[in-house]
Design a protein around this ligand. Structure first.
Ligand SMILES: C[S@@+](CC[C@H](N)C(=O)[O-])C[C@H]1O[C@@H](n2cnc3c(N)ncnc32)[C@H](O)[C@@H]1O
Length: 193
């Protein structure tokens, strides 16, 4: 049997570093936030969403540019997107994920940031989804395309796919796109005619 180094359980922490993105600083509780930026403190635990992934950053950029209103976070992971959204004026915010570890992390992170968030266990492809003004779905292209017709929203920000891809979104108008490091995010608005 090999010798296990001291502190191996926390070694992953070295890879979870704070990141400045737009007007946000997103980082772990054990790092100090930048004074000039809006701090979002995230301990992802077992969930996806340290805030550093290009798709998360692109969603935040698009979110900051849309009219405020109620929010639905589809596949919330650590809750990073809804927590940041509430901090810039969205609400009420509802977030769900089909992984219990993500729901737990989102609840803990919302408390850590003093943000009101309703986080629940649900499957985007099976469960009834609450109506919202704005939805954000940083999942995968097939999941984005499957959830779009199931949503009752005015605007939706989608990501989780490459710059070579774009969701087919019947009933929505494509309003904008951001790209970073080979990843893409899109803004769709419900077509009214
Ligand atoms: C790429 S992570 C995004 C996490 C976070 N929203 C972010 O932007 O950093 C995708 C998340 O969607 C969740 N997910 C994937 N498919 C889902 C589905 N059908 N229903 C609910 N959650 C789903 C995964 O468990 C994962 O937490």
């Amino acid at each position: 049997m090999g010798v296990v180094e001291d502190g191996w359980e926390n070694r992953w922490r070295e890879f979870h570093k704070g990141v400045a993105t737009g007007r946000f600083w997103i980082g772990p509780p054990w790092e100090s936030a930048s004074d000039e930026l809006l701090a979002i403190v995230i301990d992802p635990g077992q969930a996806f969403g340290t805030g550093s992934h290009p798709t998360t950053r692109l969603c935040l950029e698009l979110l900051d540019g849309v009219e405020r209103g109620s929010l639905l976070d589809v596949g919330c992971g650590s809750g990073v997107l809804s927590i940041a959204a509430v901090k810039i004026g969205f609400g009420p915010a509802s977030a769900f994920d089909f992984a219990q570890a993500s729901v737990d992390a989102a609840i803990e992170n919302a408390e850590r940031n003093g943000v009101e968030l309703h986080a629940w266990l649900g499957d985007a492809l099976l469960d009834e989804l609450p109506a919202a003004d704005v939805a954000v779905a940083n999942v995968t292209l097939p999941t984005v395309e499957a959830v779009l017709p199931r949503l009752t929203v005015d605007r939706i920000i989608t990501s989780g796919y490459l710059v070579t891809e774009q969701p087919v979104a019947p009933g929505y108008r494509h309003e904008g796109r951001r790209e970073l490091e080979g990843w893409a995010a899109d803004l769709f608005v419900k077509a009214t005619h």
